[in-house]
Design a protein around this ligand. Structure first.
Ligand code: LHQ
Length: 259
């Protein structure tokens, strides 16, 4: 349910239940979590590229999995979130390597919010983001109520979440919700080139940069300046920093090794 390839430092993960628009069943949850765990553990992985198979990116939770018409007790959605979505979100955000998301088609519900949790989001111009939750009586999960409010502010966050109106990729980019909207036919090539470029980068420094930017909204400038000092100290001890400066002085491109 998740195709994984590792090439030149890029772990490419393709959500792969195209007949259900790559909505999450338990098997896909487990597969994604295993791959994200692997991205943390393996030094050879220096960037992650997340995308979807077929015409959609991801339609969120597979709603066929818990059909109320079948009767029985009401499902504990908090349990699903605690077991699957929250760990995946935490793994994505805490991974100190760039995560690129190529939103190849519709991203709905938790599928939209998993995309928004990635570091750099490219979307096909035909793709749309739908906070579908309110249509079925739920709240935006997978970090959505947090990221929408933070990125867009309350007016747009509330309107998107309360109405579930689709947001086209170009508007999402205009609003700063994603990095850019690209022509459908160019999406994968552009996303792969970006992932390859970042995978050849100074991984430790990129990871520390991600850590800092994510921490910014949660602390005051004074604390943040201390954190920058500590992170820069750590970056300054890396082989890649020595290589970066050496390459600059020798007027040649750097050969970073990710440590
Ligand atoms: C699907 C799904 C889907 C199953 C398309 N499930 N089959 C929820 C509960 C539990 C725990 C915690 O978290 C959550 C978080 C959530 O994610 S809640 C939100 C769940 N997602 C949605 O409500 C979105 C439902 N899907 C849609 O509204 C539409 O499918 C969209 C707008 C995504 C795409 O529309 P279309 O392009 O018109 O495609 P379609 O609706 O015809 O879908 C194609 C097939 O995929 C179809 O199956 P079929 O057998 O009829 O061809 C759909 O039933 C299936 N599918 N999403 N979430």
């Amino acid at each position: 349910t998740v195709l994984a390839t590792l090439e030149a430092g890029v772990l490419k993960l393709t959500l792969n239940r195209p007949e259900k628009l790559n909505s999450f069943n338990e098997e896909m949850h487990r597969a994604l979590r295993a791959q994200l765990g692997r991205a943390h553990a393996e030094e050879a992985i220096r960037a992650v590229l997340l995308t979807g198979a077929g015409r959609g990116f991801c339609a969120g939770q597979d709603l066929g999995d818990r059909d109320p018409r079948k009767g029985g007790p009401r499902p504990d959605l908090g349990h699903t979130i605690e077991t699957f979505y929250n760990p995946a979100l935490r793994l994505l955000r805490s991974l100190e390597k760039p995560v690129i998301c190529a939103v190849n088609g519709v991203a709905a519900g938790a599928g939209a919010n998993i995309a928004l949790a990635c570091d750099i989001v490219l979307a096909a111009k035909s793709a749309k983001f739908i906070q579908a939750f309110s249509k079925i009586g739920l709240i935006p999960d997978a970090g959505g109520s947090w990221s929408l409010a933070r990125i867009l502010g309350e007016p747009r966050a509330k309107a998107l979440a309360l109405t579930a109106e689709p947001l086209m990729a170009e508007t999402a980019a205009d609003w700063g919700l994603i990095w850019k909207a690209v022509e459908d036919a160019a999406l994968m090539a552009e996303a792969e080139a970006l992932a390859a470029r970042l995978a050849a980068g100074p991984t430790k420094g990129l990871g520390l940069t991600k850590r800092l930017i994510q921490a910014a909204a949660g602390q005051d400038l004074d604390s943040h300046l201390d954190m920058e000092r500590d992170c820069q100290r750590e970056a300054g001890f890396t082989d890649d920093y020595a290589e970066g400066v050496t390459a600059f002085l020798e007027k040649r491109p750097p050969a970073f090794r990710g440590r």
